[in-house]
Design a protein around this ligand. Structure first.
Ligand code: PMP
Length: 433
């Protein structure tokens, strides 16, 4: 066999995929795998959906691509309206992109143009959390808090002010509330020291996704950050690339917490693995200020193309029709209970946390001190490999601050049934044993 021409980072000796149906994938040897992580937490409707195929083919038969400066297109308009509706009208404007990094990148650039347009050009820096992941393009990398990804590009990125987020599993404060209050106070102090008049906005995921193993930040923290942003004149920019479009049992995760963002980036589940599509949602007045001062100096060729938008519209319709937000909540509760039951059998499972169908399992060497495994002995890769042998895919990710151990994510498609939750837990149980 000749060497592979592909050089993206990935596994080695991977089986070749044959096909998928529902939440199951088959390799070319006929082995089946439960997709316990929806690919890269994006295949929210599972595989082989006839309705999505039909919607895509219908659009392909009409036209696949038109350029936004040459034609209006009905799917883009309808998808824009649908997304605004999903926010309950809290965000009124939509800008299309093809993925998560582009969505975050667009948010950063719109935010910068907004502060310039409103006479605050001295605001030129963002604030974000460490650990965090916001994408691989240089702008998104600038707000990402993960040293190994940042280091090679340190001279090329415009690094944000990094502040620690709350860690409700591993803190030594008197209570979770006291911990959050301390983190908020330290964040305020860091922003004040940096000069609030130099800051554009805060970028964060409402629930830490892959970067933290689904760490919940909670209402107290998110409301505190909203207040902090308001008091310091900063924008609150939510990265819902992973948490958006139903993953947590709400259309967007912020909706659990009674906070509203100024800008929101989403992608992954929007195309549900059928087509790459993402979106930046923004407050009306932010967009108006930028458009009145010469327009948004940003855009991508494939943004808002008819095929992408027809796909995403069909995804949203399917989530509505099948009441998959409710399914995410109900199956998510079963999955969480099952993971917690598994955890009691294995002392090296330190923490199980999540919401809807976004669950993280953190692994520790010592459950009492919560000491992580030494780097060379981290278990996430071992568990992922053993689960794969049992016919289950989970999403491995070393917690990105290098302190808080290792973890894997369990994030099946929102379409998962109760029997399939049980089967997933059974296979995971065997892998963990
Ligand atoms: N933000 C978050 C929170 C993500 O999880 C990801 C992808 N893992 C991105 C941004 C980047 O998205 P993409 O890979 O589609 O560029």
């Amino acid at each position: 066999m000749t060497a592979s021409p592909l050089f993206y980072q990935g596994g080695t000796d991977l089986p070749e995929v044959s096909h998928g149906q529902g939440i199951t994938l088959w390799d070319t040897q006929g082995k089946d795998y439960l997709d316990g992580c929806a690919g890269a937490i994006c295949c929210n409707l599972g595989h082989g959906r006839q309705d999505i195929r039909d919607a895509m083919l219908a659009q392909l038969d009409r036209v696949a691509f038109t350029y936004r400066t040459q034609f209006e297109n009905a799917p883009a308009l309808a998808l824009g309206r649908a997304l605004v509706e999903l926010t309950g009208g809290v965000l009124q404007k939509v800008f299309f992109v093809s993925g998560g990094s582009e969505a975050v990148e667009s948010a950063l650039k719109l935010a910068r143009q907004y502060v310039v347009a409103t006479g605050q050009p001295q605001r030129r820096r963002f604030v974000s959390l460490r650990p965090s992941y916001h994408g691989s393009t240089l702008g998104a990398l600038g707000v990402t808090g993960y040293h190994p990804l940042e280091a090679p590009f340190a001279e090329l990125t415009h690094a944000s002010l990094k502040v620690p987020g709350p860690d409700l599993y591993r803190h030594s404060d008197a209570s979770d509330e006291a911990h959050i209050d301390r983190v908020l106070a330290e964040t305020r102090a860091a922003m004040e020291a940096a000069g609030p008049e130099t800051l554009i906005g805060v970028v964060l995921e409402p629930i830490g996704g892959a970067s933290t193993g689904a760490r919940l930040l909670g209402e107290r923290y998110l409301k505190g950050m909203r207040t902090l942003c308001d008091e310091l004149g900063c924008l609150l920019i939510l990265d819902e690339v992973l948490t958006g479009v139903g993953r947590t049992g709400a259309w967007f995760a912020y909706q659990h917490y009674g906070v509203t963002p100024d800008l929101l980036a989403t992608a992954k589940g929007l195309g549900a693995g059928y087509y790459p599509v993402g979106a930046l949602l923004a407050r009306d007045d932010i967009v108006a200020a930028v458009m009145e001062s010469g327009g948004f100096q940003h855009g991508h060729t494939y943004a808002g193309n008819p095929l992408a938008c027809a796909t995403a519209l069909a995804v949203i319709e399917a989530i509505r029709r099948e009441d998959l937000l409710e399914n995410a909540r109900a199956r998510g509760a079963e999955l969480g209970a099952g993971l917690r039951a598994l955890a009691t059998r294995h002392p090296w499972v330190g923490d199980v946390r999540g919401l809807g169908l976004l669950w993280g399992v953190e692994l520790v060497a010592d459950p009492v001190t919560r000491e992580p495994f030494p780097a060379a002995q981290q278990r996430f890769a071992q568990i992922t490999a053993l689960a794969r042998e049992e016919g289950l895919l989970v999403y491995p990710r070393r917690t990105l601050d290098g302190v808080a151990g290792d973890h894997f994510l369990v994030t099946p498609p929102l379409t998962i049934g109760a029997d399939e939750v049980a089967l997933l837990l059974e296979r995971l149980g065997r892998a963990m044993a």
